[in-house]
Structure formats: structure tokens, C-alpha cells
Design a protein around this ligand. Structure first.
Ligand code: CS2
Ligand code: MN
Length: 357
């Protein structure tokens, strides 16, 4: 296992590389050029700059999260070919600095959806929260306002660029079905396959969050065990893989994340570890990583990776906001650092049991 930590870049994150260095056992940073609009080719000098910054602290930059997909690719409109070509060029450039895994998602318009960013938990910490009823009544515009106005940092997945033509894009999706999304994903993967193979880069799709369609009438396909099989079979080659985000898939209680991890282990290139507590009414809140604090079996998750001698990348996913930390929603230093220590606690104990150390 390679332990990693998401970093938004110099001047764009409350957490510095020096801070991350003090978390035990972090091998690399998960990065992106967050200000690049989806569909544009990433400039080589800027890629190189991140590599140098990470090198200075001895971190690898093997994982990029995310190279976002232009809406035309998801919708399957004619301009997609131009944007796919740009995507291929970015893959080639990332290959030059040794990137191994590109995380991406295929969610129409919105990335993760929550109704509250700072929901107070019993202990006074706050976390991202999803209220099933509230989502039925809020307008897409009000949701954008809610997510983007509460933080001085841009919220990943909610970049202004992505949302600027919200009404037009929402309208354009009216005729896009789940089957269309699968077809469009297949078209995209087929086109980029050779570049991924040539650069030895794995594509790791992030699940939809939450993992169900219908929010604002939008379809979603990366939602459950069955659909993951379908997407692997779309282009059944090693480059076509998964980011297994436990918190995203696990917010639907029908998804058994440990079973899903075991089933698709050989196509998982990136593990996001996050716990969520699901309430009886279907609402959910993000919690500490500890198994007892949420509804997911995080020990089972780590054991599944350990049993498989997982060689790829893992990171703590969203954390709570603790100790009055001023940070990007879900991406503070403290709770994610605690998450890493919990994961290593499990991992190292499993190692010792087997007599490795
Ligand atoms: C989120 C997403 O769950 C997560 O990791 O913070 O923003 C995620 O990074 C993207 O959907 C991946 O493309
Ligand atoms: Mn995730």
C-alpha cells in the first residue's frame, strides 16, 4: 500500500506540504491543477512545477485527482472528439513526470452533493451532511450557492467554470439516459486506451456521490456492484479501473463495500477511505474513520486491502472539521491525519499478526 494525502496546491490549500510531512507514513500527494477548466490541456511547466515542489519534500506525485471530463464527453455531443484529444495530450504529459493513476468521475454536472457543509456532530465537530428531504426541495441554483459561498477556497468538483452555464447544461441532460452515459463512457475509454497503455497510466473512476440517480433529474451510473461490473466490461483492459470510495458507495446501505472491494480488487488502483453514518430516514453524515463512529466496517475495508497485498494507492477521504480548523470543507489536516493513523493502526497490527515485523 502507498499512503497518500490530497493536496490542492501551493497557495490553494490551508494544508502545506510541510504539514503533510509530519503525518507518519505518507508516501505521496494526490494533486491536480485545480484551476484548469475541464477539457483544456494541462501546461507542462505547471505539471513540472508541482513535481519539483513534491520532490523537495520527498513525496511522489503518482496519483492525480482529478483530470475532469468535459460535459460534452459525458453527454456524447459532437465537440467531444476535440476534448478527448486534449485529454489524451494531458495523459501524455502526465506520463512524462511518471504519473501512474488518474482519478476521474463521470457524474453529470455536479460532483458530490450535500445539503450542509458544516453539520454539527455530538462532539462539537462539524462535517458534510446529506438530507434526503432537503434535496427534494432545493433548487440547483440554491445548492450551488450553498456549496460555493461557505468557504474562501474553491470547492473541488464545484469549480465556477463547471457551473457557469448551469441551466443550459441541466437542460441538455434532459434526454441523456443511464444507457447513454455508459455508451459515452465506453467511447471515451476506447479512445484514450492506447495513450494509457503507452504511458502505463491507469484510469480510476470515482463512484457517484451519493450513489443514486434522480437528483435534479440527472442520471448517475457509478453507483453499485452491478454497475461497476458493467463499467469494467465496457473496455475490459487493465487500464480501465476504479477509485474505490467507501464513503460514496457506502452511503447506500445496500452497497456492501467490503464485498465490493474484494470482488473488484484487481481493478482497484486507488482507495478512498471514509466512514459515514446513515440514519434510518436515509440521511447521512460523514464521520471519523473509526468503524464504531459510522455505518461502515473500516477495519474490514483495510483487512480486505491487506489480505490482497494491495500495491496501489490509498488516501483518507473527507474528514470532519476539528479544533476550529479553518479549511476547505472536508479537507482539513487534523481529521484526515487521524484517519491515516487509524488505517495504519489496523494495517500494522495485521502485519505483526502475520509475523512480518
Ligand atoms: C470527493 C470528490 O469523494 C471525493 O473524493 O472529494 O471531489 C472526488 O475527488 C472527485 O469526485 C473525483 O473525481
Ligand atoms: Mn472519494
Amino acid at each position: 500500500m502507498n499512503m497518500t494525502f490530497r493536496w490542492y496546491g501551493k497557495g490553494n490549500d490551508s494544508v502545506t506540504l510541510a504539514d503533510i510531512k509530519q503525518i507518519p507514513g505518507v508516501d505521496g500527494v494526490v494533486w491536480a491543477l485545480h484551476d484548469m477548466p475541464a477539457g483544456e490541456v494541462w501546461p507542462m511547466e505547471r505539471i513540472q512545477e508541482v513535481k519539483e515542489q513534491a520532490d523537495e519534500h520527498g513525496f511522489n506525485i503518482d496519483v492525480v485527482e482529478s483530470v475532469n471530463i468535459h460535459e460534452s464527453i459525458k453527454m456524447g455531443t459532437p465537440e467531444r472528439d476535440k476534448y478527448i484529444e486534449n485529454y489524451i495530450e494531458t495523459i501524455n504529459r502526465l506520463g512524462k513526470v511518471g504519473v501512474k493513476v488518474i482519478c476521474y468521475n463521470f457524474m453529470p454536472v455536479f460532483d458530490w452533493v450535500r445539503t450542509e457543509l458544516f453539520h454539527e456532530l455530538e462532539d462539537g465537530s462539524t462535517a458534510l451532511f446529506f438530507n434526503k428531504e432537503a434535496i427534494e426541495t432545493i433548487s440547483p441554483q440554491a445548492l450551488v450557492e450553498l456549496v460555493t459561498s461557505k468557504s474562501e477556497y474553491t470547492v473541488a468538483g464545484w469549480e465556477p467554470e463547471r457551473l457557469k452555464e448551469l441551466n443550459t447544461v441541466l437542460d441538455a441532460y434532459k434526454n441523456v439516459t443511464e444507457d447513454d452515459l455508459f455508451d459515452n463512457l465506453k467511447y471515451f475509454l476506447t479512445a484514450i486506451g492506447p495513450a494509457c497503455a503507452a504511458n502505463d497510466i491507469k484510469m480510476a473512476i470515482h463512484p457517484d456521490d451519493p450513489p443514486w440517480g434522480g437528483i435534479f433529474g440527472l442520471p448517475r451510473i457509478v453507483t453499485n456492484k452491478e454497475n461497476l461490473k458493467r463499467l469494467i466490461e465496457l473496455v475490459d483492459e487493465p487500464f480501465n479501473g476504479l477509485t474505490l470510495c467507501t464513503g460514496s458507495l457506502g452511503s447506500n446501505p445496500d452497497n456492501d463495500v467490503v464485498d465490493i472491494i474484494k470482488t473488484y480488487m484487481d481493478r482497484i488502483y486507488f482507495g478512498h477511505v471514509r466512514n459515514v453514518r446513515i440514519y434510518d430516514n436515509g440521511n447521512f453524515v460523514e464521520t471519523s474513520h473509526r468503524t464504531q463512529d459510522g455505518s461502515l466496517d473500516i477495519q474490514g475495508v483495510m483487512k480486505a486491502y491487506h489480505d490482497a497485498d494491495f500495491q496501489y494507492y490509498i488516501r483518507p477521504d473527507h474528514g470532519r472539521h476539528l479544533w476550529n480548523e479553518d479549511c476547505r470543507p472536508g479537507y482539513g489536516l487534523y481529521d484526515r491525519a487521524l484517519g491515516i493513523m487509524y488505517m495504519y493502526g489496523i494495517w500494522d497490527t495485521l502485519n505483526r499478526k502475520e509475523g512480518d515485523k
